[in-house]
Structures are given as structure tokens and as C-alpha cells.
Design a protein around this ligand. Structure first.
Ligand SMILES: [Zn+2]
Length: 425
């Protein structure tokens, strides 16, 4: 997803207020008076990227414990106080960050902020709860592994990344989860769950001034924490194609190709984002038009360029049509990608890619939860001040830029080719 272009149009006519509290907490406030509701997001700058291999899954375990009680909100009270007031709550852990969201009728903003302020530093990590939550997560992981696609993707990422923590599963492995101690997890919480390592976003039917006052009152007294350790692991350059074949309970073979690409906010990342839409953005995109519609060898093709702090991947996934050989399909797929290296994309393809992104932005204007999440992740990956620059960067991408990044990154030695095949009967 291209966060910034989306948010540029989604927020074009409104102001986002941004400040940093003395304790380092970044605060973004956006008034939106279309509905009498408010959404808050707290994003912690910690994810599976901050975990070394063999000890992965900590950020995700903390995410679970963040609902299990604090000094003020006893066990079950976070849920009950949000639900009692007609609100909703959500959370997830990603490779780069951990995200918490609450939404409530706007007059209950204080409840949302009180919960987030309290669990930032005052989670109790009750020993009994800790033990039972580990079991919950082990079940979650077992269910994940039950899905052929999840285990396939996990294995493929492990092929592509040899040392960087992006190779780890976000949930962790069952042995790793079993080995976690309360002290170890508490230590992780104390290292990363600090105001200076977080972004707070409030969007909704609120007044900026009074909201800021409330935030200062509730969060301002939390002392600044130590600087969290930097991630210094660098994935060495891949020197030759990596391959994986996995047999699972699937009906049709699936190919997933991972190319190493630079992180966001580099010149090449903007060109790759446009390239992504040229390849699979809609019915007339190259891969879908040629390989799904005109001469159907796949029933489905999708691709993703991910926002990331460190170099990550561009992935293409496709499901084989009945009766087509996997060798032919793979050759056809790479031939089609190669055509983008021989000739730059057409003018209308570039224009179409940019238009599509802007339409995506209009769609996202719908919910204030989405807006709060977009603001938080945009601030995290780019800094909200970069909004204008981002739009300009995307606008400046030329046909030759797209051709150049295709030649540079979509090459054999830089790719990991995974095949998920049906089990022999
Ligand atoms: Zn979970």
C-alpha cells in the first residue's frame, strides 16, 4: 500500500495538528466532525523486526498482555469499559510496529485516553494471566500453521532472509513461546513501551485544544524512557536465486516470488510502487491482462510492495490454472516481467497507476479508524511533514524509472521462488 499518496488526498483539505510532549511522545490530532465519534491509535515502534531469531514473538505476546489488566483497569475492565460505552477495540503486531486502536462516541474520549495512558507503563503482567495467555498464543500459532498459505509464506521468507529478523514469524515458534518468562517479557515491555517510542493519534469529533490538554494531563506525567536499542542486523546481498517447494493440502499449485527491494523513502521505492500497479493493479494491468485473461495460465495474480524500515521484499503470488504445467507458468510469468525491462511502460500505464492510487485514497476517507491508522503509520514510516514531498516523488516517476527498477531488482539472482504444491494422493 502507498500510505502517503493515499493520505495526501484523504487529508488534503484538513489540518493535522502535530506536537511532541517533553517525554518524547509524538501526538497527532485531526478534527473530523462528520460523525459524533472518536478514534485513538497508539503505535509503538516495536515489532518482530526488534526480535532476534530464536526469541521471536515477544512483541506479539506483549500485545496480548496489554489487554489483561493495568493498575487502574483490572482484568477484563479494558474490554468492559469500552464495550459498555458503545466502543470497539483492536490491536495487531507487524514486522516493524505494534498498533492499538480504540473507538468510542466522542464524548467518551477520556476513557480511550485513560486506557492507553495507563497501559503504556502500568500493565501488571499477572503471572497467572501470563501463563494462560502463552497457551492462547500457542493455539493461535497452531492454527496459523494449519493454514497451508501461512506456513508457505513463513518458509518462503526464511529462504529470502538469512539473518535479518524479517525472517521470523511475528507470532514466534511454539518452542520460543513456551520458553518466554514473565521477567523476559516485562523487560521487553520496559524497553519499548515508553512515550518516547510511541505515536498517539486522535481523530474525530473533538476539539484540538481540549484534546491536547487532556493528553498532556494523562500522558504528560509519564517519564521519558531509555532510548530503545537500534536494529543493526543487515541482510547480506543475495547472490543467487533461492528456491522452495512445499507440499500441503491445496487443490492447485501456487507460486510466490519474493524480490529483495529497498525500504520506503528511497528514490527506487517510489518507482517500485508505481511498477507494482502496472503489473497487477486492476483488470488492465500487465500480469492480470496477459496471464489471467488473454491466455489464462493463472486463476489469480496479486503483488505487494510493503512499507518497511529496513530493506524488505516485493512479492508476486499466483495460483495455477488446472492443467497448466508449473514450468511453463513460471517461464511465462518471468517473460512478462522481463518485457518491462526491455521496453519502458506506456504513458497510459504510468498515468493509470497514479490514478488508481488516488482512488484508493478516496475510498479510505470513509472511516475515522482508517484515518487514525493511516496517520500513525505515515508518521512512523515517513514523518507527516513529508506528505507533500511524497506526492511529488510519486508524480515525478517516469517510464524510464520504472524500467530501471525492473532491470535492477526483478532479476533472477535477487529472487526467491516458492512453489506450494498439492500433496500426492
Ligand atoms: Zn495474537
Amino acid at each position: 500500500m502507498f500510505l502517503l499518496l493515499m493520505i495526501t488526498s484523504a487529508l488534503a483539505d484538513t489540518d493535522v495538528f502535530k506536537t511532541t510532549l517533553p517525554n518524547g511522545l509524538t501526538v497527532l490530532i485531526k478534527e473530523n466532525h462528520t460523525l459524533p465519534i472518536v478514534a485513538t491509535t497508539v503505535l509503538y515502534k516495536v515489532g518482530s523486526r526488534n526480535e532476534i531469531s530464536g526469541k521471536s514473538g515477544k512483541a506479539h505476546l506483549v500485545e496480548h498482555m496489554m489487554f489483561k489488566g493495568t493498575e487502574k483497569f483490572k482484568k477484563g475492565e479494558i474490554y468492559s469499559s469500552v464495550q459498555k460505552h458503545g466502543g470497539m477495540l483492536d490491536a495487531y503486531t507487524s514486522e516493524d510496529y505494534t498498533y492499538y486502536s480504540l473507538s468510542l462516541p466522542a464524548k467518551y474520549l477520556k476513557i480511550a485516553l485513560a486506557i492507553e495512558a495507563d497501559r503504556m507503563r502500568n500493565c501488571v503482567f499477572d503471572p497467572m494471566e501470563f501463563v494462560s495467555e502463552k497457551k492462547v498464543i500457542i493455539e493461535e500459532r497452531k492454527m496459523d500453521l494449519d493454514s497451508p498459505f501461512v506456513s508457505f509464506r513463513d518458509e518462503n521468507l526464511k529462504k529470502a532472509f538469512k539473518v535479518h529478523p524479517y525472517r521470523n514469524s511475528i507470532t514466534g515458534s511454539i518452542e520460543e513461546i513456551e520458553g518466554f518468562t514473565r521477567e523476559g517479557i516485562l523487560n521487553f515491555y520496559n524497553t519499548y513501551y515508553q512515550p518516547n517510542n510511541a505515536i498517539l493519534v486522535v481523530v474525530g469529533d473533538i476539539q484540538t485544544d481540549s484534546t491536547l490538554k487532556l493528553i498532556k494531563k494523562l500522558f504528560g506525567q509519564i517519564p521519558e524512557g531509555p532510548d530503545p536499542p537500534q536494529v543493526t542486523i543487515i541482510e547480506p546481498e543475495q547472490k543467487q536465486e533461492q528456491r522452495l517447494e512445499l507440499k500441503q493440502r491445496v487443490t492447485h499449485p501456487i507460486i510466490q516470488v519474493l524480490f529483495h527491494v529497498p525500504p520506503n523513502d528511497t528514490k527506487d521505492s517510489y518507482a517500485l510502487q508505481v511498477l507494482d500497479y502496472i503489473l497487477t493493479g486492476g483488470e488492465n494491468s500487465r500480469l492480470i491482462k496477459k496471464l489471467v485473461k488473454e491466455q489464462p495460465i493463472f486463476t489469480f495474480i496479486g503483488s505487494s510492495y510493503y512499507e518497511s524500515l529496513d530493506p524488505y521484499i516485493y512479492s508476486i503470488t499466483a495460483e495455477l490454472k488446472e492443467g497448466v504445467s508449473s514450468q511453463k507458468a513460471e517461464a511465462d510469468l518471468f517473460n512478462e516481467i522481463d518485457s518491462l525491462k526491455q521496453d519502458p511502460p506506456l504513458k497510459h500505464e504510468i498515468k493509470g497507476a497514479k490514478n488508481q492510487l488516488e482512488m484508493g485514497a478516496l475510498f479510505l476517507q470513509e472511516s475515522i479508524n482508517d484515518q487514525a491508522e493511516l496517520l500513525a503509520t505515515t508518521e512512523f514510516f515517513y514523518g507527516i511533514e513529508q506528505l507533500q514531498k511524497y506526492a511529488q516523488e510519486i508524480e515525478s516517476i517516469t517510464r524510464e524509472d520504472v524500467q530501471r527498477v525492473a532491470q535492477k531488482y526483478l532479476v533472477k539472482k535477487n529472487r526467491t521462488v516458492g512453489w506450494l504444491l498439492p500433496r500426492d494422493k
